[in-house]
Every structure is written in structure tokens, then in C-alpha cells.
Design a protein around this ligand. Sequence first.
Ligand code: GSH
Length: 219
Amino acid sequence: MTIKLIGYSSSPSTLRVIATLNELGVTDYSLAPPENFSDLKSPEFLAEKNPFGKIPVLIDDGFTIYESRPIARYIVAKYQGKYNKKILIPDDIQKAALVDQYASAESCYYDPPLATIIFQELFKGLGGGGGPDAELVNTQLEKIAKILDIYERILEGKQFLTGSDISLADIFHYPTTAYTAKKHKDLYESRPNVKRWIDNIAKSEGVKKTFEDYPVPQF
Ligand SMILES: N[C@@H](CCC(=O)N[C@@H](CS)C(=O)NCC(=O)O)C(=O)O
């Protein structure tokens, strides 16, 4: 049965899920963008899809789940090893715990400043909310710069966060990075370990396909 992914291809959270599907070679899914953005707040959507009124939402075999990172974990639990040999969460308990550690760093420290910058510089204007709040953007740029200094140290001598192979944690970081990589390229290019890491993720087959299919909007 086809997996239904409710979301927009311009949404970094939705791209997190699509990249996971593509990395694992899952092709039997369809992207179902809500017709109107306001549909996310409709009583039907809130009751049946996501009470928080957000995308992405995945429906698989009658099972509905929201929040991009748990969705991706569900996809790994169900489909890893089924279509290709890619391992995004290893069986080894300690290796899996490290994937989780970096996944948590992504959602707690990496995502918040970048998500704010992306909203201010791209989505706020598209939604008719006016221009970016420059002071807020600058504060968030300072925050992410400090976080990236830590990543620069973590990534010393490594191809990916947990070593030589891509994991789910690397994939989680990529969409917000891709959205800011052009406009704020100094953030990434001034840190050689971070730059190498991002380039490595971008080259991974499923991530590459995702961002070829759905190029990042320029802003
Ligand atoms: N933590 C959530 C974030 C979801 C989220 O913020 N989605 C955005 C699109 S990227 C959305 O639905 N925005 C609609 C709104 O906030 O009204 C996840 O990872 O799925």
C-alpha cells in the first residue's frame, strides 16, 4: 500500500522525511500537499492528522504519525534493509545511541536558530508577513555560528557525525542547512570540517535525489 506523506516540498521538515525515504530506497510513497495552507488548521486536519496543525504527517497502512523526526525513525524501523543496504540507525546499541545523541543536538541546538532565520527570510514574506526582523535574524546568526564552532570540533577527522557512514542524524541536519547554505555561505564555508560534512551529505544518493527533485527556493 502506498505511503501518503502530507506536506509541501518547500517545507524543510517535509524534506527531512523525503530524504529518509529516498536514502532507504522507498519509492512507494506519494506526496500530498494540502490544497490551502489554512487547511492545516481545519477541524478535520486537527482531529485526524495533527492536533498541532503542522506538516508533515505520514499515513502508512492506516497508521498516522506527525513530527518529521519520529516519522523518519518510523520509516527506518519499518523499511531499513528492505529495498537497499543503507543503514541509517545501526543495530549496535551504542552506535544507535550516538545517532540519537546527534539527532537530539540537531533538534535542540541546530534547528532552532536556522528555522527562525528561514522563517524570517523566506516564509514570512511569502505568507504576506512583511520583511525579516533584522535584529532577530542577527541574533540567530550569532547563535548558529557558536553552534557551528562546536560542530567544527565534533567533525574533526570525520566524514559524518558518527564516523564514515551517513546516519539519520546527518539527514536531519541537511534541509535547514541547504536552505541557508547560499545566503549564509560564510557560516559553512569558513569551517572546513563542517563544509566537508555538508558536501558529504549532499552527495549521498537519497539526499541528492531529494534536492534535485525539489530544489531549494532561492532567497
Ligand atoms: N517539529 C515539527 C515542525 C513542523 C513545522 O513547523 N512544519 C511547518 C512547515 S516546515 C508547518 O507546518 N507550518 C505551518 C504552521 O506553522 O502553521 C516537525 O519536525 O515536523
